[in-house]
Every structure is written in C-alpha cells, then in structure tokens.
Design a protein around this ligand. Sequence first.
Ligand SMILES: Nc1ncnc2c1ncn2[C@@H]1O[C@H](COP(=O)(O)OP(=O)(O)OP(=O)(O)O)[C@@H](O)[C@H]1O
Ligand SMILES: [Mg+2]
Length: 234
Amino acid sequence: MLEVTGLHVAYGGIQAVRSITFHVNQGETVALIGANGAGKSSTLKAIARVIDAVGGDVHFCGEKISRIAPHDIIRKGIALVPEGRGVFPRLSVLENLEMGAYIRNATVEAKKDLKMVFDYFPRLKEREDQLAGTLSGGEQQMLAIGRALMSRPKMLLLDEPSMGLAPIMVQKIFEVVRAVAADGMTILLIEQNARLALQCSQRGYVMESGEISLHGDSAQLLDDPKVRAAYLGE
Ligand SMILES: Nc1ncnc2c1ncn2[C@@H]1O[C@H](COP(=O)(O)OP(=O)(O)OP(=O)(O)O)[C@@H](O)[C@H]1O
Ligand SMILES: [Mg+2]
C-alpha cells in the first residue's frame, strides 16, 4: 500500500534520512523504531509532505505521491498524527473532530464517523464541549487520533503516541490503536517505546542514524539480541 524508495531527507548539511527503502502492506501495522534523532519523524513528515525530501520516491496505492501538494495528502487517504499532537487548543473537542472531516462535505457520514470516534474514545464524548487546550496530554493524544480518523483515512501515520504519557494512559491509547488496526486500518507506527511498538505490529524497521539497520517480523525483532540490548534495555 505504501512504498518508500530511497527516501532522503536533509536539513541544510544535516543528513537526517539516508536513502531508506521500506513498505507497508494493506491492513498491516508496521513499527518504525529507533533512538532520538534517528530520523523517524523526518521520514513520516516527508511521506506526509510536511517537509520536502531531497530524493527518493513514495508511492501510495500504486500512485506516486512524493511530489503532490501537502494538502492533497489527506485526500489521498493518509492521515498524520504528528509528534506533539497539534490539536487546536482554542477549539472544543467537537470542533477539533469536525475539522478532521472538513475535506468531506458529507454531514451524514461525518455524524457516523463521530460516533465511531466516540466509540473508540468514550472519554472524548464526555468532554466534547471542553476546549482542547485544557485536555490532559493523554486526552489530547486521543483527540489527535480521533481527528485523524475523521478524515476517513486508508492509512494512519502515528508519531510517538506514547510520548510523555503515564503508563496507564499509554495502555489506553494502544488499546485503541490495536482496535483501529483490528477494524482494518493500515498503520505506520513510530515509537521510542520499542517493546510496545513491536508488540502491536506485524513487522518492524529499526532506524539508526538515518538508515534502516534491521527489519523483520516484530516477534523476531523482539527476540533479536541486538534489539534487546539497544532498544529493550536488556
Ligand atoms: N527542522 C530541522 N532543522 C534541522 N535539523 C533537524 C530538523 N528536524 C530534525 N532535524 C535533525 O534531523 C535528525 C533527525 O530528526 P528526527 O526528528 O527525524 O528524529 P526522530 O527519530 O524522530 O527523533 P525523536 O525520537 O527524538 O523524535 C536529528 O539530528 C534532528 O536534529
Ligand atoms: Mg521524532
């Protein structure tokens, strides 16, 4: 479904992503793990066209998307949930979710999708009139994922959904990520929490200094001595 070939990202002289190649099949959850600064977010941002890649190609559902306008990415069916979440703090929960549906002018469908999001995240329903800026970090993460789902994506790009959250909240968020995946969503999941990411994905890629150093089935990676030593704290 997603095919990334020779993707290269640089910021001035800093080579953040060095010609990486990987793919995500339809219906899969794929984890991209790696240390701080490995180039994970840059990879995701380049796929979502938030930043320009220096080189390489990205194909989605057979179509080349690496040169299209950033605002067209969401119409193609890719929704990015960025690091730091990016909810609109002065809009209510409901308004944030409605913003997610703005690309479709279908009120009836949007209502259905709103119900789906509230089914995944009952806590958002309880707080639909609360200003997003006053939500807790975990609730904002829920809202960011919910807003992404409102665009009816074919694929979700999640950038560190566990960041800065207490273990119980991380568990809650990942329960929903698993449920969304079980309902058929294709997911590219970036995480520093390698164990968690590998536990809820089918395959994984390990990034190191802008390159992919290892890849394989998540279960295998969880057992790999190098992964265990470097990323699982063993
Ligand atoms: N806007 C920018 N300008 C200059 N350098 C940048 C910029 N964004 C990222 N970088 C650099 O690119 C490299 C990769 O950063 P990136 O954010 O992709 O890493 P990451 O794997 O997501 O790390 P983390 O786990 O800390 O989020 C880092 O060395 C970072 O300093
Ligand atoms: Mg990052």
